[in-house]
Design a protein around this ligand. Structure first.
Ligand code: C2E
Ligand code: MG
Ligand code: MG
Length: 754
C-alpha cells in the first residue's frame, strides 16, 4: 500500500519535473527564437539602412556630376563660335576630374577633349564607343539626360561610363554634352571600413549580376566575374536573385562560403539597373548581437543541464529515502521481523493463490515477564520467537510481529490437526530454548487460529481471517487449559448476535422494534379462546426477526428485562383498551415477568400506573413467573403474590416441571394458575410415557385441590389435547391452536365481533 503510494508520489514528482523541463524548454526555445528573430530583424534593418546610405552617396555623386555638366551645357549654348567652344571645353576639362569631355551638335559633328591629348574637332559620332553614342543620341534626339553603361575606353583603357545632357539654345536642342568617368570613382565611397560597423562590405554590381566594383574586403577569395559564378548561390537562390535583378527589386538572400552562410542584400540604385550588394559577415556589431544570443542560448543550456542534474540527484535521494521509509514502514525495529502492515499485504497476495490459516500468537502474562525478568530478557524472548518462526515456517508462509508480544503467522495448511501439531511444535521449541524460566514460572504461549479454504475476494477473506483470529485468540486467552484455540463460526455468530443485542437494545425499545405477539389459550371445556400469552419478538430495521430465547437470558443478566417486561405490560394494556373501545369483550393477557422485575421495589405501583393509564382492570392481566423464583425466597415471593392478587392481578407459574419443581413448592405458593411445561407433553408420548402421564394427572389434581387452574403448554396434536383433557386440564396452549401471531392477526382471527 505504502509502496504503491510512494511510487505514485515519486512518479508524480517526476511528471512534475518533466512538465517543468518541458515548460523551461518551450520558454527557452521561444526566447531563443525571439532573440534570433530580433537579431535577424535588427541585422536586416541595419543592412538596409547602410545600403540606403551608400546608395544615397552614390546618387549624390551622380547628381553633382550631372549638375556640373548641366551648368556647363548652359554656358556653351551661348558660344556659336567653334574655337570659342573648344576653348571653353578645354578649360572645363582642365578644371574637373572627368576623363573625357565630348560635345556633339545635331549634325553629328563633335569636339572630344581628352586627358593629356589634343582636343579633336569635327569628330564623327560613329567613332565613339556604342555605349557613349547611345547616350549622346538620347540627348540629341529626345533631349534626355542619361548615364551610359560601362564600357572599355580605348582612350583611357579603363572601364568608364558617360553622363550626357542635352544643350539647348532658345528652347531647341543644338547639341549633346557628355563627360566620361572611371567607375572607380565610387570605390572610395564603397571601400569604407564602417560598413555594418566593420561587419560587412558592399559591391556595386550591374543589372546582370556582373561585379562593377568589388569591395577589397570581400570574403570570397575566388576571382569571379558575376555573382552567379562559383557555387556560392544555390540554384533556387540564383533564380530568385535573377528575378529580383530583372524586376529591379530589393532582395535579401544568403550565399555559402567555406561552409558558412552569409546574409546579403541586393539594393537597386536606380541607375542603369545597377545594384548595391551588401554582405553581412557576422562580425563587428552583428557579431555582438550574435554573441549575446549565443550567450543566452548557452546560459539556457547550462541551466537546463543543471536542472536535469539536480533532478536526477533529487530523484535518487527521494528513491533511497522512500526505500528507507518502506523499510521502517514494513519492519518491526526490535526483532527485525515484518510488521502487521506488511503482513496484511502479504496475506492479501497469499489468499489470492488459495486458502490458508492465520495464527495469532501471544505470551501469557507478558507484562509480568517484562517486570520480573526485565526488559532486556523479554526483548530477547521476542527475538527468539522471531527466529523460531523463521525456522518453522515453510515456503509461501510468513509471519510478523505487531505490538508487544503479539505475533501473526500465516500457514498454507488449513487442516486443524496438522496445524495444531505444527503450532505446538513451534511453541515447544520457543519454550525449550528460552531463558525465561524459573522454579515458580514456566513460559506459556497461547494462540488463536482461523482458516479459510475457499477464497473469492482475497481482501475480504484476509480481513475476515484477521477478525476471526482475534476472536479465537481472546478465547484462547480466557481458557488456560487449552493454548491453541480454533475459531468457531457458530459460536462467533452467537457472540455477534449478543453484541448486536446489547448495543442496540435501548434504541430498539425507543424505536418500537419490540413487537407483542399473542398466542391463544383455549378453554377445553368451552372450546373458546379465553386468554392469550404475550410473547415478544424483535423486528430489526434490517428485516430480521429475533426470538426471545436469543435475548431474554441476556436481558435478564444485564437488567434490561425490567424495561422490556414493563413495556410488554403496557402493550398488553393497550391491546385490551383497544378491544374495549371497539366494543369487543376483552380476554385476559398473560405477560411474562422476569425475576428482576418481580422483586423491584416499585413494581406494583408501576403496574398500577400503567393499568390506570389505559383504564384496564387488573383482572385481565396475568403475570407469569418462572418456577425458579420460588426456590429462593418463598416467603417474600408469597408476599409479593398476595400484594399483587390484592390489586386484582392473577399470578401464573410458568414452565412448571422444566427445572427443580417440587409439588411441595406448589403447595406453598399462592398462585392462580399453573402452566405445565411443554416438556411434559413431549415426554408423555415418549419413553416412560405412562409414568409421565401419571405425574401430570396428579399435578393437575393437586392443583385443582389447591384451587389452581392448569394450562398445558405445547399442545401440538389432537392426541395431546385428548390426553390433557382426560387428566382434567382446563386450558391448552400450543401450535395445535396457533403459533404466536402479531396482535393485528390475533385481532382478526379471534377478536372480531362475529
Ligand atoms: P414461555 O413463556 O414458556 O412461552 C412459550 C414459548 O413456547 C413461546 O416461545 C412459544 O412460541 C412456544 N410455544 C408455544 N406453543 C408451542 C408448541 O406447541 N410447540 C413449541 N415447540 N413451542 C411452543 P417464545 O415466544 O420463543 O418464547 C420463549 C420464552 O421467552 C418464553 O417462554 C418466555 O419465557 C420468554 N419470553 C417471551 N416473551 C417474553 C417477555 O416479554 N418477557 C420475558 N421476561 N420473557 C419472555
Ligand atoms: Mg410464558
Ligand atoms: Mg412456558
Amino acid at each position: 500500500m505504502i509502496e504503491k503510494k510512494l511510487g505514485k508520489q515519486l512518479r508524480g514528482a517526476v511528471y512534475w519535473a518533466l512538465a517543468l523541463i518541458v515548460i523551461f524548454l518551450v520558454c527557452g526555445g521561444a526566447l531563443s527564437a525571439y532573440l534570433y528573430k530580433t537579431r535577424e530583424e535588427v541585422t536586416r534593418n541595419q543592412v538596409i539602412a547602410e545600403a540606403e546610405e551608400y546608395k544615397k552617396r552614390i546618387l549624390k555623386q551622380f547628381e553633382s556630376d550631372s549638375r556640373l555638366l548641366r551648368t556647363f551645357a548652359d554656358l556653351i549654348s551661348l558660344k556659336d563660335n567653334n574655337d570659342l567652344l573648344i576653348e571653353e571645353i578645354d578649360k572645363f576639362k582642365a578644371d574637373n576630374q572627368f576623363l573625357t569631355i565630348l560635345y556633339y551638335n545635331t549634325n553629328g559633328q563633335g569636339i572630344i577633349s581628352n586627358m593629356d591629348e589634343d582636343t579633336i574637332s569635327g569628330a564623327d559620332l560613329n567613332a565613339v564607343a556604342p555605349e557613349a553614342r547611345q547616350s549622346i543620341l538620347l540627348a540629341l534626339e529626345k533631349g534626355e539626360e542619361s548615364v551610359s553603361r560601362l564600357f572599355e575606353s580605348n582612350i583611357s583603357q579603363t572601364r568608364v561610363f558617360v553622363y550626357t545632357v542635352p544643350v539647348y539654345r532658345n528652347g531647341e536642342i543644338i547639341g549633346a554634352l557628355s563627360a566620361s568617368d572611371h567607375i572607380e570613382i565610387f570605390s572610395e565611397i564603397l571601400s569604407g571600413d564602417t560598413v555594418l560597423g566593420g561587419g560587412g562590405y558592399i559591391h556595386l554590381i550591374g543589372s546582370q549580376g556582373r561585379f562593377l566594383i568589388k569591395s577589397p574586403k570581400m570574403i570570397v577569395k575566388e576571382n569571379i566575374p558575376t555573382i552567379f559564378d562559383g557555387a556560392y548561390l544555390s540554384d533556387s537562390e540564383k533564380e530568385t536573385v535573377m528575378t529580383a535583378l530583372t524586376n529591379q527589386e530589393r532582395l535579401f538572400s544568403h550565399f555559402k562560403n567555406n561552409g558558412s552562410s552569409y546574409l546579403f542584400l541586393l539594393e537597386p540604385i536606380g541607375i542603369n539597373g545597377w545594384y548595391l550588394l551588401c554582405v553581412n559577415t557576422g562580425e563587428g556589431l552583428a557579431a555582438n548581437t550574435h554573441a549575446s544570443a549565443l550567450v543566452t542560448q548557452i546560459t539556457f543550456l547550462g541551466i537546463f543541464i543543471l536542472i536535469i542534474v539536480l533532478m536526477l540527484r533529487g530523484y535518487r535521494l527521494l528513491r533511497n529515502y522512500s526505500r528507507d521509509l518502506l523499510g521502517y514502514a514494513y519492519h518491526d525495529q526490535l526483532t527485525g521481523a515484518e510488521n502487521l502492515l506488511r503482513f496484511r499485504q502479504r496475506l492479501y497476495e497469499a489468499l489470492n493463490n488459495g486458502g490458508g490459516s492465520v495464527a495469532a500468537l501471544s505470551i501469557r502474562q507478558f507484562p509480568f515477564i517484562n517486570e520480573i525478568f526485565g526488559r532486556e530478557r523479554a526483548d530477547k524472548l521476542l527475538c527468539l520467537i522471531k527466529e523460531k518462526a523463521e525456522c518453522h515456517l515453510t515456503q509461501g508462509e510468513f509471519f510478523c510481529r505487531d505490538t508487544m508480544d503479539s505475533f501473526y503467522l500465516f500457514f498454507r495448511d488449513t487442516e486443524e490437526d496438522l496445524l495444531k501439531k505444527r503450532i505446538e511444535e513451534f511453541m515447544e521449541d520457543v519454550c525449550r530454548n528460552t531463558d525465561i524460566s524459573h522454579k515458580d514460572y514456566r513460559l506459556a504461549l497461547y494462540c488463536g487460529v482461523a482458516s479459510t479454504t475457499e477464497v473469492k475476494d482475497s481482501e475480504e477473506a484476509a480481513e475476515a481471517l484477521m477478525t476471526h483470529v482475534q476472536f479465537a485468540l481472546s478465547s484462547a486467552k480466557g481458557h488456560h487449559d487449552s493454548s491453541i484455540w480454533f475459531f468457531d463460526s457458530e459460536l462467533h455468530k452467537t457472540e455477534e448476535l449478543e453484541n448486536y443485542i446489547e448495543s442496540h437494545m435501548h434504541s430498539a425499545l425507543e424505536d418500537g422494534e419490540f413487537k407483542m405477539f399473542l398466542q391463544p389459550k383455549k378453554n377445553l371445556d368451552t372450546n373458546r379462546i379465553e386468554g392469550a400469552e404475550a410473547l415478544v419478538r424483535w423486528h430489526t430495521p434490517q428485516g430480521r426477526q429475533i426470538f426471545p430465547d436469543s435475548f431474554i437470558p441476556l436481558f435478564e443478566k444485564n437488567g434490561f428485562c425490567l424495561k422490556l417486561d414493563m413495556y410488554m405490560v403496557e402493550q398488553a394494556c393497550k391491546q385490551i383498551r383497544s378491544w374495549t373501545e371497539r366494543g369487543i369483550e376483552p380476554i385476559a393477557i398473560s405477560v411474562n415477568q422476569s425475576k428482576l422485575l418481580f422483586f423491584e421495589e416499585n413494581y406494583i405501583s408501576m403496574l398500577k400506573d400503567t393499568l390506570k393509564k389505559y383504564n384496564v382492570p387488573a383482572g385481565l392481566i396475568t403475570l407469569e413467573i418462572l418456577e425458579g423464583l420460588a426456590l429462593e425466597n418463598e416467603d417474600i415471593l408469597n408476599e409479593r403474590i398476595t400484594a399483587l392478587q390484592a390489586e386484582g392481578f392473577k399470578i401464573s407459574l410458568d414452565d412448571f416441571g422444566s427445572g427443580y419443581s417440587s409439588l411441595n413448592t406448589l403447595g406453598k405458593l399462592k398462585i392462580n394458575e399453573l402452566k405445565l411445561d411443554r416438556d411434559f407433553l413431549l415426554k408423555a408420548s415418549g419413553e416412560n410415557s405412562q409414568r409421565v402421564r401419571l405425574i401430570m394427572e396428579y399435578i393437575v389434581k393437586l392443583a385443582e385441590t389447591l384451587g389452581i387452574s392448569t394450562v398445558a403448554e405445547g399442545v401440538e396434536t389432537t392426541e395431546d389435547e385428548e390426553f390433557i383433557k382426560s387428566i382434567g386440564c382446563k386450558t391448552g396452549q400450543g401450535y395445535l391452536y396457533s403459533k404466536p401471531i402479531s396482535a393485528a392477526e390475533f385481532d382478526e382471527k379471534y377478536m372480531s365481533r362475529d
